[in-house]
Write a protein that binds this ligand. Structure first.
Ligand code: SIN
Length: 351
């Protein structure tokens, strides 16, 4: 069992002793288990397997719909044997707490934004590099490539066995004033996810980055604790950020997608037929959900426009180029950590 204690302790130190103790303890437990219970196989036939699956977005988002579909298909395939409890909208816990809870085996499945695995691996930082992926097709091609596929299970030895990558969509900027050029962002407090790449990106455009849980963003925008944010159309719509952000910029400057992960010990403890069947269900749901995510985001954009609460700005080629140029130094800052091989594979996946 290998643990990246440098990354881990840097972030966790800031969050206080409780979380540090909790996640390190979880790592010790995982290490002690020696990498798995060795296949269920022998379980009683009347045993029911409960999968608690909390997440932070609304039921109508790409992730919300895919999670519900996983529940439906898994329970149909194994009636009375598998029960999936989906808790959307941060109802049960936020993303940080779900990482800890999965490592401890308190919950069994998560779909957390790739940006939020910063303290466990540098590889997923590739997904945060601004303007690296022009669209979801490029992300999908990268995730299907040899290099991309290898990252799926990369943190299994740290307690997070990746089963799939799910898309949300491309990120857009929003703020209290028109953000047409990078200098318009100067001095604004931007909420970002827990990611050092996103922190560097905001600093590049003269903003002040504030890491914050998703469930706190609406109120922080409403009260003025933060001025601006970046997110997908579906998140901006379903969490009503458009009600408190008068301007949106269709920048498509980054990507939000998820690692769907399970606790490895739990997964290996399932009877073989159930584990294999659930992996097949997950593959079907992933194809179904990823094929719909762009459309869900476009519908959300249309609803925001119809609401009249927020003005959506499309960028001219020159304006877009200015954002690309301003954010580009972030690539050099992080290429050493991420690895140029991974970045090159992502570039090679562009259509
Ligand atoms: C999510 O899509 O799961 C939340 C993203 C965020 O924290 O902004």
């Amino acid at each position: 069992m290998k643990f990246d204690s440098t990354i881990l302790s840097r972030t966790l130190f800031a969050r206080g002793a409780r979380r540090l103790t909790a996640v390190v303890l979880a790592a010790v437990i995982i290490a002690g288990c020696g990498g798995g219970a060795g296949g269920g196989g022998q379980a009683a036939e009347d045993q029911v397997y409960l999968i608690k699956f909390p997440h932070v977005t609304a039921p109508g988002t790409p992730k919300g719909q895919a999670a519900e579909r996983f529940k439906q298909l898994a329970e149909e395939r194994f009636p009375g044997r598998v029960v999936v409890e989906v808790y959307p909208s941060s109802q049960l816990m936020n993303d940080d707490d779900s990482l800890e809870a999965l490592a401890f085996g308190e919950i069994q499945m998560i779909a957390v934004s790739l940006s939020k695995f910063d303290r466990l691996t540098h590889s997923y930082q590739v997904f945060d590099l601004p303007f690296l992926f022009p669209n979801l097709e490029a992300v999908e091609a990268f995730q299907a490539s040899e290099a991309g596929r290898a990252t799926l299970t990369e943190i299994a030895d740290r307690g997070f066995l990746g089963l799939a990558f799910w898309h949300n969509g491309m990120k857009q900027l929003s703020g209290p004033r028109e953000l047409r050029l990078p200098e318009d962002a100067d001095g604004l407090k931007f909420r970002i996810m827990e990611s050092d790449v996103l922190q560097a990106q905001v600093l590049q455009i003269g903003g002040s980055p504030q890491k914050m849980a998703y469930g706190e963003v609406y109120q922080a925008l409403q009260t003025g604790a933060i001025d601006a944010q970046e997110n997908t159309w579906s998140n901006i719509y379903s969490s009503k950020f458009y009600e408190v952000q008068p301007y949106m910029t269709a920048s498509n400057h980054g990507y939000i997608g998820y690692l769907v992960a399970v606790n490895p010990q739990f997964w290996q403890s399932l009877p073989d037929d159930i584990r294999t069947g659930l992996e097949e269900v997950m593959a079907d749901v992933t194809a179904w959900g990823n094929a719909r995510s762009a459309e869900i985001n476009q519908q959300a954009r249309a609803k925001i426009a119809e609401s009249g609460r927020s003005e959506i700005l499309d960028l001219s080629p020159a304006e877009l180029a200015a954002w690309q140029e301003a954010m580009r130094p972030v690539w050099d800052q992080f290429s050493g950590d991420i690895g140029t091989d991974l970045i090159d594979a992502a570039i090679a996946s562009r259509p």
